[in-house]
Design a protein around this ligand. Structure first.
Ligand code: FAD
Length: 308
């Protein structure tokens, strides 16, 4: 059997694509991979997705989105796609040795935030540790936070947090920053940001309620000290999950899939939506919006190719 639409990934992008494709009677099949529900299942409260006046827990939001996609006939498969061949249509995908055929495919495999690999990191995510200032900064209003990183995104996060928090430490293990000079200057001229180089974060300090501080080490002198902070934002980049698709998509220097018109990739019938194709915003609402575009694009593609 050849599916009309196969969607890879059950984050907000993939599930929104599924809702639209299912309501267009395309009987989508969606593969959940190793993180069913996507990144939001690893967080607590989501306060910036429209429609939830009092916020919603990330795992609940994704369970509801999955149920909504299933209600319209989406088939959710809790497997990981291990290989693809998009050289000719219908496309072929594999789960190990099991072959799947699809007329169109939406890649919605997300981008994984890199973390520092600190002790107890997983336990403290959402309880003091974060990888997203836009997502979690609001929870740290008038509090003291640290940002770890030396690139543009670390500068951006530090600047963003300085508007909300009482004090921001920017910690970087080198004396020089990778970020563009203009971003570095902005940080240097910001009275709320204290730059600490060459320092590194060694480990978190926490009590039962979450993070209370971090142990930081000066890499020149070897001295360690505890910084009292309520939050630590790890801003050391993301790894887009695009390796599997490389011959059939163009990627930028970081591995984000390049799209042309509204989620279309260089391969006709192949679309990419959400964080995997978004080096800039990386939000649930933008991912969902791209998922919607991808499903409508897939539907148009099928109509134009008289394959429905
Ligand atoms: C801790 C945390 C808190 C956040 N808080 C917020 C917030 O408050 N508000 C907000 O708007 N955004 C927030 N974000 C960002 C938001 O989660 C992402 O922007 C959003 O989840 C991106 O959605 P996506 O669908 O593109 O990908 P993801 O959510 O990353 O989902 C990717 C999916 O692809 C699947 N997958 C990957 N490879 C394969 C494969 N080979 N086969 C099958 N499936 C595969 C994964 O299992 C997963 O289901 C947060 C992120 C994190 C990490």
């Amino acid at each position: 059997m050849t599916h009309e639409v196969v969607i890879i990934g059950t984050g907000p992008a993939g599930l929104t694509a599924a809702i639209y494709a299912a309501r267009a009677s395309l009987n989508p099949v969606i593969y959940a991979g190793m993180l069913p529900g996507g990144q939001l299942t690893t967080t607590t409260e989501v306060e910036n997705f429209p429609g939830f006046e009092h916020g919603i827990m990330g795992p609940k939001m994704m369970a509801d989105m999955t149920a909504q996609a299933e209600r319209f006939g989406t088939k959710v498969v809790y497997e990981t796609i291990t290989k693809v061949d998009f050289s000719k249509r219908p496309f072929t995908l594999w789960i190990d040795k099991t072959e799947i055929k699809a007329k169109t495919v939406v890649i919605a495999t997300g981008a994984t935030a890199k973390t520092l690999g600190l002790p107890d990191e997983a336990k403290l995510m959402g309880r003091g540790l974060s990888t997203c200032a836009t997502c979690d900064g609001f929870f740290y209003r008038n509090k003291v936070v640290a940002v770890s990183g030396g690139g543009d995104s670390a500068m951006e996060e530090a600047n963003y947090l300085s508007k909300l928090c009482s004090q921001v430490y920017l910690i970087h293990r080198r004396s020089e920053f990778r970020a563009s000079q203009i971003m570095v200057d902005r940080v240097k001229n910001n009275p709320k940001i204290k730059i600490m180089t060459p320092w590194t974060v060694e480990k978190p300090v926490a009590d039962a309620s979450g993070l209370t501080g971090i142990i930081v080490k000066n890499l020149e002198t070897g001295d360690s000290t505890e910084l009292k902070v309520d939050g630590l934002f790890m801003a050391i980049g993301h790894k887009p999950n695009s390796d599997l698709f490389l011959p059939w998509v163009d990627v930028d220097s970081h591995g984000y899939i390049k799209t042309t018109v509204h989620t279309a990739t260089k391969t006709p019938g192949l679309f990419a939506a959400g964080d995997i194709a978004d080096p800039t915003f990386k939000q649930a609402i933008t991912a969902a919006g791209m998922g919607c575009q991808a499903a409508i694009q897939a539907q148009k593609f099928l109509e134009e190719h008289e394959e429905q």
